[in-house]
Design a protein around this ligand. Structure first.
Ligand SMILES: C[S@@+](CC[C@H](N)C(=O)[O-])C[C@H]1O[C@@H](n2cnc3c(N)ncnc32)[C@H](O)[C@@H]1O
Length: 285
């Protein structure tokens, strides 16, 4: 993922993180000198712009990501006295050489956990990283819309060879009829308490403030595709001379996806469901 590109086009994700945190911020108990972890912090802008303003000046945030490039980018652009970024694969069995158990008072994660395959191991790691008495807030997509889109693309002869890894985009709950219950069960089984998992139905319209009417449809379309390109891991694999054709086929497949529709003004409305999970770790005392 191109860090700069993603951070310029993650309007939808930033908006959701702000919105969920605004609703939930008062349900947390905030104190001084807290250590806070953001799992899957990507380029670091959401950690810096959305989470950091909530914490006290004596508290400290660690942003973490599986990607070396993103950790490097985030440290170069968004680190500060009380915010640093560090590599972490949250679903790995083997993180304890570089991470200490029971280090964090709060753990947040936005738009990350639908990318991973082993949600149970990620949950176990999050539990072990959390201090007793600590809280977590995890926000992920219930289904990954890109999986549906690339699944359609992978059936096209030209692209099937490049889209072999499409199954890696399956969210942990892609085919589940009861993601809320499934994730509640996982959180409870690793001993989290006060578990609350809910679905949040969301809509986002990709629109422009640009007033050149005749270009509106065009612009809306490409704005939406820009947002998709920001997270697609596949473009890197496709030869440069085929990129334009790939994008063209991608745009032709979008109307086949049930989660989008073109509005009368030419803008694209995208519908999606988030899983919002809050839970705590029992205090030892
Ligand atoms: C869509 S970005 C979200 C970035 C940011 N949290 C936001 O809300 O804009 C998802 C991030 O999760 C990271 N990620 C994917 N799998 C991961 C894993 N197993 N452990 C840690 N981070 C992971 C990706 O590298 C990517 O930076």
């Amino acid at each position: 993922m191109n860090a700069k590109f993603y951070s310029l086009h993650n309007e939808m994700q930033t908006n959701d993180a702000k919105c969920v945190l605004k609703e939930m911020v008062n349900t947390f108990h905030w104190t001084d000198f807290e250590y806070i972890l953001d799992v899957g912090s990507g380029p670091g802008d959401v950690t810096f712009n959305v989470i950091r303003p909530l914490i006290g000046i004596s508290s400290y945030i660690v942003g973490s990501d599986i990607s070396d490039d993103l950790v490097k980018f985030a440290n170069a652009h968004y680190s500060s006295d009380n915010l640093k970024f560090k590599k972490l694969d949250i679903e790995s069995y083997d993180i304890w050489d570089n991470w200490k158990k029971e280090s964090f008072d709060k753990i947040f994660s936005f738009y990350c956990l639908h990318w991973i395959q082993n949600i149970r191991q990620a949950t176990v790691n999050i539990y072990n990283l959390l201090k007793p008495g600590g809280d977590i807030l995890l926000v992920m997509l219930a289904k990954n819309p890109l999986y549906l889109l690339f699944k359609i693309m992978s059936r096209l002869h030209t692209w099937s060879a490049y889209l072999k890894d499409v199954e890696n985009l399956r969210s942990p709950f892609q085919t589940s009829m009861s993601a809320v219950q499934d994730f509640t069960r996982i959180l409870e089984s690793v001993q989290f308490t006060e578990v609350s998992v809910v679905n949040k139905e969301c809509k986002f319209t990709f629109s422009s403030t640009d007033s050149m009417l005749k270009l509106i449809f065009f612009f809306f379309f490409f704005f939406f595709l820009d947002a998709i390109q920001a997270v697609t891991p596949f473009l890197d694999k496709i030869p440069n001379n085929l990129h334009a054709r790939f994008i063209e086929d991608l745009q032709n497949c979008i109307p086949q996806c049930s989660f989008t529709n073109v509005k009368e003004d030419g803008s694209w409305e995208v519908r999606y469901t988030l899983i919002v999970a809050k839970a705590s770790k029992m205090n030892n005392h």
